[in-house]
Design a protein around this ligand. Structure first.
Ligand SMILES: NC(=O)C1=CN([C@@H]2O[C@H](COP(=O)(O)OP(=O)(O)OC[C@H]3O[C@@H](n4cnc5c(N)ncnc54)[C@H](O)[C@@H]3O)[C@@H](O)[C@H]2O)C=CC1
Ligand SMILES: O=C(CO)COP(=O)(O)O
Ligand SMILES: [Zn+2]
Length: 348
């Protein structure tokens, strides 16, 4: 008997372009949702675009959070129940979007993703990434029903948020390598489509790297397209595997050891240089990753991240412990090997 089956969840409406934030209500109307929205955001995005969102709806409650955590998810669920929210609108960077994604699952309602920064590929994905204690959960959740990515707004965000988004995409190179490795060594399920889409997304971004410059709305356009495409790859895979390998473990570990020092995308970019070195050795492709990051203006060293060398080595040698995901780090990298990799690649 043929016993394969799959269920791929994707957004129904993806709006991207100049000024589309003002089309949010139309995008929502097109989804035939009922009830009033609850706006889930964080302080800066609230200040920048909260009023523009609220102006489009008759009755909208707002909850503003400063952390992605299970407590934040519970708070949104509570406020959502109090206001009998029909759906959620997630406005901001990766954190409010991840929180709204999980809360909407618990509330059994949909959510709409309105990124204010092109800083991460969770804009569209069907995963929430939430830290808890010594570990990090990549929780399955439905992807947004719609995405409204206003390139005018995104282009006005601090430039480092856009370079973080570029680096999150460039890190797909090593994420896919780790996924293939886990498939070969551990029989982890692998999707050729999702792997190829993720890799192609990174290649296309790198090919356009010369057009990614501060002050150009075109840059926000290129990066957002890549973030959407990478999120779709995760939805096809039903896992964050196409976009998250050992370089993400390294970043998640940095978040634990040295919280709030650098952006997610920047950390995974530097992680990708290091893990590419482990994949292909001193004469391997780590230099291509470093050059791609450097062309878009993303950090390539511990110094650029504002993180000291010891912390980088600590994160690299313990990254394999953070979650059960087989990668090139195997059952751990020794301190000597970590120092050698970080020194040869110029990370420290
Ligand atoms: N679920 C998924 O598939 C994915 C989840 N993530 C998660 O997303 C998070 C990283 O996303 P980030 O956006 O870096 O985090 P974030 O939401 O903390 O945003 C970074 C900073 O930028 C500020 N910001 C956002 N838009 C702004 C604007 N227009 N102007 C000025 N400041 C603005 C925020 O207030 C915050 O201080 C991590 O928790 C990461 O694990 C990242 C990739 C994929
Ligand atoms: O950041 C991500 C992809 O870019 C999500 O990955 P995680 O599952 O590792 O949180
Ligand atoms: Zn990421």
């Amino acid at each position: 008997m043929f016993d394969k089956s799959t269920w791929i969840k994707l957004p129904r409406n993806v709006l991207q372009g100049h000024g589309v934030l003002d089309d949010l209500a139309d995008a929502v109307a097109d989804l035939y949702l009922s009830g009033d929205p609850l706006l889930v955001t964080s302080p800066s995005p609230e200040r920048i675009a909260g009023d523009r969102v609220r102006a489009q709806f008759d009755d909208v409650a707002t909850v503003s959070l400063d952390r992605a955590s299970f407590e934040s998810v519970e708070r949104v669920v509570e406020v959502g129940r109090e206001h009998d929210a029909g759906y959620l609108i997630a406005l901001g960077g990766g954190k409010p979007i991840d929180v709204a994604k999980m809360a909407s699952d618990e509330l059994n309602c949909g959510f709409v993703s309105v990124p204010t920064a092109a800083s991460h590929d969770g804009i569209v994905s069907g995963r929430s990434s939430i830290p808890e204690g010594d570990t990090r959960h990549s929780v399955a959740a439905d992807p947004p029903l719609a995405v409204v990515a206003d390139t005018e707004l995104l282009a006005e965000s601090p430039w480092e948020l856009t370079t973080a988004g570029c680096a999150d995409i460039i890190s797909n190179y090593t994420a896919v390598k780790d996924w293939e490795l886990a498939h070969r060594l551990k029989n982890v399920e692998y999707s050729e489509y999702a792997g190829a889409l993720s890799q192609m997304t990174a290649e296309m971004l790198v090919q356009s790297a010369d057009s990614i410059k501060p002050g150009l709305e075109e840059s926000a356009w290129i990066v957002t397209k890549a973030l959407v495409s990478s999120g779709v790859a995760m939805s096809i895979a039903g896992s964050s595997r196409p976009a998250s390998g050992a370089e993400h473990l390294f970043s998640h570990q940095l978040d634990r050891i040295a919280p709030n020092r650098a952006l997610h995308g920047h950390q995974v970019g530097v992680g990708s240089i290091l893990t590419e070195y482990f994949h292909s050795g001193p004469r391997g492709e780590w230099q291509d990753i470093r050059d791609a990051l450097s062309t878009v203006g993303a950090p390539t060293t511990a110094d650029d991240l504002g993180i000291d060398d010891e912390t980088v080595i600590d994160a690299l040698t313990t990254a394999h412990e953070i979650r059960d995901r087989y990668t090139i780090l195997g059952d751990g990298v020794s301190e000597d090997a970590a120092i050698e990799a970080a020194t040869i690649t110029g990370v420290i």
